[in-house]
Write a protein that binds this ligand. Sequence first.
Ligand SMILES: Cc1ncc(COP(=O)(O)O)c(C=O)c1O
Length: 374
Amino acid sequence: MVAARQVPFIDLAAQYRSLQPRMDEAVREVLEGGWYILGERGERLEGAIAGSCGALHGIGVNSGTDALQLALLACGVACGDVVITVPNTAVPTVCAIAATGAEVAFVDIEPETFTLDPRCLADYLERAERPERVKAVVPVHLYGQAAAMEPILQLAGTHGLRVVEDVAQAQGAAYRGQPVGSFGDTGCLSFYPTKTLGAYGDGGMVVTSDGQIAETLRRLRNYGEAEKNRNVMLGFNSRLDELQAAILSVKLDHLESWNNRRRELALLYDRLLADSSVETPREADGNRHVYHLYVVRSSRRDDLRRHLSHAGIQTAVHYPTPIHHQEAYKSLGYPRDAFPESVRATREVLSLPLYPELSEDAVHYVCETLRNFR
Ligand SMILES: Cc1ncc(COP(=O)(O)O)c(C=O)c1O
């Protein structure tokens, strides 16, 4: 039986409709202009996004995954090194690390924020058998909230680690008033369509204030070229095209107001779900959470999900499997019960619908349905 009311998890076409005349014009201009890759639209967008992230340089690439991989390479990570991240992230964080030839090491998360627990990082670094191999840490600003950057940067400084921030889910978020992406050696953004700033296809960007890293990234993304027909390093084909740059430029003007709307809707959820059966997300002191995802916890997550689905409410789980349980990463050799907070999160987290175009009425309906769950 189809429920009388439907609340989709996300509605990307609604956002397109709200921008349609300007968007169609921007796309048409690129098509008529006849220049499609590495052009002035991409350069302008790189400058604008770097500026909004508090960084000096932006380097557009094919995806968030490529942004992470190329950023790690530009920071000097190579085969045989070790790179640390968390096991509750989206799998591409780990794909990108593995693609550099480095070994992935996991540390557990803080249960309140779902982000890297600096105490676990400190513990790992103290016990590392071959500390000279540990080259970088990738804190993931998961769901739209910054990881605890101050203690992470302190540890990275003490142990000589590069810091490559995974900003894929958190463009526009801040930690103690400073935008994410500006803390580490690099910040890595994804423009996957569902992200806070989403393209109409794949796209990504690395932001950095280090001129040397920026130059290496510009070469890496374009076959290792320093200039036309002068190849100075091994390279890739990973460029943000002019169509996506034009699309993203139209959307960038709205990012701040969209993120503010996400925050308002999240507050409404918080209020309507107070004292319900679920634990609502916590914004850590000093953080500006942008709620790429609104993630609650429930000890009966799967039953709750079914209950909401019967009422026409689409939800999602980010993510149901900790990465050390994934077949592709079993060879890392972690026991199943390692990283208990990450494992518990994968059993309990549930993402409710949240996007700027979602109506308040829909949020009321989701919360009322959730409160009727027995
Ligand atoms: C945390 C995180 N890191 C990295 C990525 C990779 O981004 P992309 O899909 O653009 O390659 C994503 C998005 O899927 C993500 O959510």
